[in-house]
Design a protein around this ligand. Sequence first.
Ligand SMILES: *Cc1c(COP(=O)(O)O)cnc(C)c1O
Length: 417
Amino acid sequence: MPINFISMELKNKRFSMQGVDLLTVAKEFGTPLYVYDAESIKLQFDKLINAFPKTKIKLKYAAKALTNISILKYLRSIGAGLDAVSIQEVELGMMAGFKAEEIMYTPNGVSFEEIVEGVDKGVMLNIDNISILEQFGNKYQDSVPVCIRINPHLMAGGNHKISTGHIDSKFGISILQTRHLLRVIKTYNINVVGVHMHTGSDILDAAVFLNGADLLFDVAKQLKTIEFIDFGSGFKVPYHESDVEVDVADLGGKISKAFNDFCKEYGRELQLWFEPGKYLVSESGVLLAKTNVVKTTPATVFAGVDSGLNHLIRPMMYDAYHDIINISNTEGTERVYTIVGYICETDTFGWDRKLNEISEGDILAIKNAGAYGYSMSSNYNSRFRPAEVLIINGEAKLIRKRETMEDLTRNQVVLDI
Ligand SMILES: *Cc1c(COP(=O)(O)O)cnc(C)c1O
C-alpha cells in the first residue's frame, strides 16, 4: 500500500483518521458511508498557499467537488473563498457563511436571467461567452465588475472528458476572439476586473499553467481595470501508487515569478487566484462499504459491496483508479479480487486488486473519494445515498443523514389510477 494517503493512519492493525477508528465510525453511522478528514483538507490548503509566498494569492474552493455545507463552512474557516458553477452552489455557499464578495460564479451555458440573479446576489460573475457579455454590457455598462473566462486552447488534463481548454471545448471565450472581446468591452465600457482560465483536471505540469498565463497576461495587458488573474485549477492528486502529485512548490515558484514580472509590467500589484477542488478534498475522503458477498466465478473472485456507481461514479465514468483496502483485516494474506457494487449494471470499483483476504461483512475503504464522490452521486436503482461524516477536532460528526424512502418519494406525484 505504497500511496502515502494523508488522511488515514494504520496503527495496531487498525485504520484511523485523527485517531478516530474507522471501523468504529462505520459501525456507529452504518455503511455505505463517506468519511472526510478536516485536517487533511487544511494540510492541502496550506501546502498550496505556502507555495506562493510572494504573491497576493486567493484560493476559491471549487464547490462542485464536495458541496456539503459543513465542508464549505470548514473551508471558509481556514480562509478559502468559493467558486460556484450554479446559482444553487452560490446559495449553498451563502448558507455556509460566505459573503457575496468571497464568491465567484463561473457558469457555463446558463441563461442571462441566471446571470442577473448572480449580480443581484452580489457575487463576482465570470462570463464565458460574448453573447452574454454583450447583454451584460447593455444592462450594466461599467456599474458591475466582472471577470472574463478565456479559453486558451491548450490541451491539458488527464483525459479528454475532463479537459476544458482545448479547441473543441464549449468553455470560455476563445483566445482567438480577443479582438472581438476587446471591442465589446470597450464599446459597452464594461468593468473587467479579472481574467480567468480553467483548462482541465489532473494537470501535472507547471508548463500548462505558464503557457496559459502568457495568454491571459496578453489579454489583461489590454485592459486597464484588472485586479486579479485566475488560473483556475486542475492540480493533480495521486490516485494510483505510480502517480505523482503535482509539485506545488515547483509550480508556485515558476508561476509566482511569471506573475510578479507581469504585475511589474502592468504597473500594479494584482491578486493571483486559483480554484482548487480535487486538490483540497480528494484525499480527505474515503467511501466505506460493507462486503455483502464474496463470489467466486470461473474468471475471478468478486467482492460485492453495499455501494456502487450510484455513490461513486468516477471508476465507471472516467476509468478512474481508486485504491481500495480491507480495513477489517489489515494483515491477512493478500488475494486477488474484483471489487464490484450492487447496482444492476456493470459497476466495477476495481479489477484485479490485491487486498488482504476479504470475508463477508468486512469493511472496505475506497480512497480518494472526497472529490466528485458524493457530489456526483444519484439514486439510481432507487438506492439511498450514503450518509456523510466529518472528522473534526478528533471527533466524528454526522454532516449528512442517510436518505430514507421519504427522500425517494418526496416530489413524486402519485396519480389516482
Ligand atoms: C471543476 C472546476 C474547478 C475545479 O477543478 P479541480 O480539478 O477539481 O481542481 C475549478 N474551476 C472551474 C471553473 C471548474 O469548473
